[in-house]
Design a protein around this ligand. Structure first.
Ligand code: 3H9
Length: 727
């Protein structure tokens, strides 16, 4: 846990050891304390170096311990950090790899810090719904000043050693052996006064505009994540460092930390941390899993179609140093795509550090733009990113299966179409898989990976590995219309429009959803992405309702309720931001700021009258429940059918691709917070009131979980059993 080494010199070494990341559990802290006691008691020891095993200092406190307030209190890290600082022998931290959270806080108790050039340092507690409560919020501002400390603590970012040196966070950066360098420094400072090195004796450097710095930071965090407590609490803790003596600041830090620790937000964020790591472990209903699959290397890839999605995918591959062939059907689209891709890559290259050689994106061996299908002959993997049209996709896959080498994997970037049907056009269905990127594909972290009935485990594992190489979170799911993310979105969007019919407004619905924590509500989102997108796909499927004659039955289709409102807006040319009018109005076509639109409100009133809809006041609670509960209900259907391997998989999709507020953990964790019996009861109530809306009818799996006594989320899948064979 912590090894005490007494070498021939006057410097003792205490080495943290808790693989894989040297997390600080109770036992590790105890062992560290013991090591320090021995070093202090030994008269031949004149200085101490603290370092970590396996090239890592520490990733901070073991996050598992936060599930119990008692365990967190017992761990006693803050008190130990005071002990390090008060030691009468110089203590030097040797930072290799990472010093994060409690790990960095340990180094702030040390009198000196030496970092390896490749080390990364940070206080990421805020990303876990917490604040640096092992004295970090009080020590860091005293060391590096208010603005830099506020930035690090409220963003949780990891900074490289060179930046840490500039900020004064470390005393030395070395390229060679960090522990040796720390020993050298320790030997040098033996006998020097330690008081100036004790951060608790310092004050935060004064700043004439401190108030303005705090207000700006507060405004920034409120805008970035409304309703998210931790960043605001971090600011309050840093303010205490500025305004209070050290000991009082520590009390404030502890008080704020305790509130955060016991909040649902910290639980949600820590759940999200582990969920993102759990999604690598995929399973299919027919028994294959990550355990038995080995990925194949992708040495060269191709992207077919250079629209917005294709461009983003090419950028992602090129960034990851995978040579790419980008294919279009005509010169005009090829040139347009090439221009857009190269512009982004060159902009990024120009920001690279001085001395680093920028990759040459004009080298065809790295990035080739072509109209020739035959250029795809030798690639290991192709990602098709053309229009959502099944006939077109099938034709392309048929061609790909003829042209590409037999071992090549064929991926489709479809957002809803059947992977099985696409695969049926090829002679290698086991190598066909869905790779659903999210726009903009070079920025969004999510990659939904969709296996079909015949997709092989090797193909799945290769797509999962590709996601990692592209620095994305890959989530493996089964094949159904809309897969996981979009399938759950359908009832959400549908309910939002029904609420308008029944008496609400776009402004009211958006406000409720945004207050919940989404960056944009459903109507602002619809205006942003364009109403025409859904309209054209509905038209293709013969599903639009604008032409149906007025009257209540017009709002039904095959016995289920259907709102033609979005279709009517499209028929009037109101596509959203791009036309300057949609659910809202904008100052001009392409405008960004939505304003309530009196025309739309009049139109809505007329529409309701035409369809004899009696309106009523709809309160915030109903808006929230009517939008979110059917979405969650669909999630339970997905789990019951085995389309997702577990609730964490759904939540990771929603956190990384759909803007679900991270501090609420994802739709399925939210369901467990609401309580499954309550969720069921509400769905039953709404479905009785709206019997022609299938998405409100509670899923069989949700009913089952309630019937077996509302088990914790971790146990849900053990009840999915027989239902998982419906794929
Ligand atoms: C804190 O310190 C609070 C203090 O202020 C004191 C308050 C009183 N604990 O991510 P990876 C596991 S809060 C437990 O796949 P990478 C992780 O789950 C803490 N486990 O590797 C995974 O396990 P598995 C502040 C941890 O190389 C394995 O290690 N610190 C912890 O991509 C490998 O992780 C943080 O927020 C932990 N602290 O990235 C740092 N950290 O193999 C959180 C990791 O079973 N950690 N694990 O799936 C990270 O950011 C990344 O894990 C890290 C490595 C950059 C370290």
């Amino acid at each position: 846990m912590a090894q005490y080494v007494r070498g021939p010199s006057a410097v003792a070494i205490i080495r943290l050891r808790n693989p894989p990341v040297n997390a600080l559990s109770f036992t590790v802290i105890e062992a560290l304390e013991d090591g320090l006691k021995r070093a202090t008691a030994d008269p031949s020891v004149k200085a101490v170096v603290i370092c970590g095993e396996n090239g890592k200092f520490s990733a901070g406190v073991d996050i598992h311990t936060f599930s119990s307030a008692e365990e967190t209190r017992r761990a006693g890290l803050p008190a130990f950090i005071s002990v390090i600082e008060s030691t009468e022998k110089p203590v030097v931290a040797a930072i290799e790899g990472i010093a994060l959270g409690g790990g960095l806080e340990v180094t702030l108790g040390c009198h000196y810090r030496v970092a390896h050039v490749q080390a990364r340092l940070g206080l990421p507690e805020v990303t876990l719904g917490l604040l640096p409560a092992a004295q970090g919020s009080q020590r860091l501002p005293r060391l590096i000043g208010l603005p830099a400390a506020l930035d690090m603590i409220t963003t949780g970012k990891h900074i490289p050693a060179a930046e840490a040196l500039k900020l004064g966070l470390v005393d030395e950066v070395v390229e060679g052996d960090t522990v040796e360098a720390a020993i050298r420094l320790a030997n040098k400072v033996i006998g020097q006064p330690l008081a100036p090195r004790r951060l608790s004796l310092r004050t935060v450097p004064s700043l004439p505009n401190a108030d303005a710095v705090f207000s700006q930071a507060l405004a920034r965090v409120k805008k970035q994540a409304p309703g998210y407590m931790a960043p605001e609490f971090c600011i309050r803790a840093v303010r205490a460092a500025m305004e209070l003596p050290f000991a009082e600041g520590l009390l404030k830090e502890r008080e704020l930390f305790t509130v955060l620790l016991t909040s649902g937000q910290a639980r949600a964020l820590q759940y999200a941390f582990f969920a993102e790591r759990a999604v690598d472990k995929w399973t299919t209903p027919w028994g294959t899993s990550w355990k038995s699959a080995s990925p194949q290397p992708i040495r060269r890839a191709a992207v077919l179609g250079l629209g917005t999605m294709g461009q983003g995918i090419v950028i992602s591959l090129a960034r990851a140093n995978i040579p790419v062939v980008a294919l279009e059907q005509d010169q005009e689209h090829l040139d347009k795509g090439r221009k857009a891709v190269v512009a982004v890559l060159e902009r990024e290259a120009s920001k690279m550090k001085k001395g680093t050689r920028a990759p040459d994106f004009h080298d065809p061996a790295r990035l080739q733009f072509t109209l020739d299908f035959k250029a795809l002959r030798d690639v290991d993997l192709v990602i098709e990113a053309v229009f959502e049209n099944m006939a077109l996709k099938k034709e392309i896959f048929r061609k790909l299966s003829e042209i590409c080498k037999p071992s090549a994997f064929l991926c489709s970037n479809t957002s809803a179409l059947s992977i099985d049907e696409i695969a049926s056009a090829t002679r290698r269905p086991e190598q066909v898989i869905g790779t659903h990127f999210f726009a903009p594909a070079h920025i969004m972290r999510l990659l939904e990976i969709i296996y079909g009935r015949q997709t092989s485990p090797t193909t799945i594992a290769t797509a999962v590995r590709l996601a990692k190489t592209l620095k994305k979170v890959g989530v493996v799911v089964g094949n159904c219309h809309g897969f996981v993310g979009n399938r759950m979105m359908f009832p959400y969007g549908e309910q939002a429009v029904f609420l308008l019919e029944e008496g609400s407004t776009p402004e009211a619905v958006d406000k409720v959803i945004e207050d919940f924590g989404f960056k944009v509500g459903p109507f602002r989102m619809s205006d942003l992405s364009g109403l025409d997108v859904g309209w054209s796909s509905r038209k293709e499927q013969g599903l639009t309702g604008a032409s149906v004659p007025p009257g209540t039955p017009a709002r039904q289709r095959g016995g289920r309720r259907y709102s033609p409102l979005p279709d009517i807006l499209c028929e009037k040319g109101r596509f959203g931001q791009k036309t300057g009018q949609g659910w809202y109005q904008y100052e001009k076509a392409g405008g960004r700021t939505p304003k309530p639109d009196p025309w739309f409100h009049n139109f809505l009133a007329e529409y309701r009258a035409t369809h004899h809809i009696k309106t009523r006041f709809i309160d915030q609670e109903e808006i929230l429940e009517r939008c979110l509960f059917p979405l969650i209900n669909e999630g339970f259907k997905i789990l019951g059918e085995g389309i997702a391997s577990g609730p964490e998989h759904i939540d990771v999709i929603y956190l990384n691709g759909y803007g679900w507020p991270r501090h609420v953990g994802g739709p399925m964790l939210y369901a467990s917070t609401v309580g499954l019996p309550r969720l069921l009861e509400k769905l039953q109530k709404y479905s009785e009131a709206h019997p022609d809306v299938p998405s409100l009818q509670p899923s069989a799996f949700l009913r089952k979980l309630v019937a077996v006594g509302n088990p914790p989320l971790k146990e849900w899948m053990s009840y999915a059993g027989q239902q998982r064979n419906k794929l």
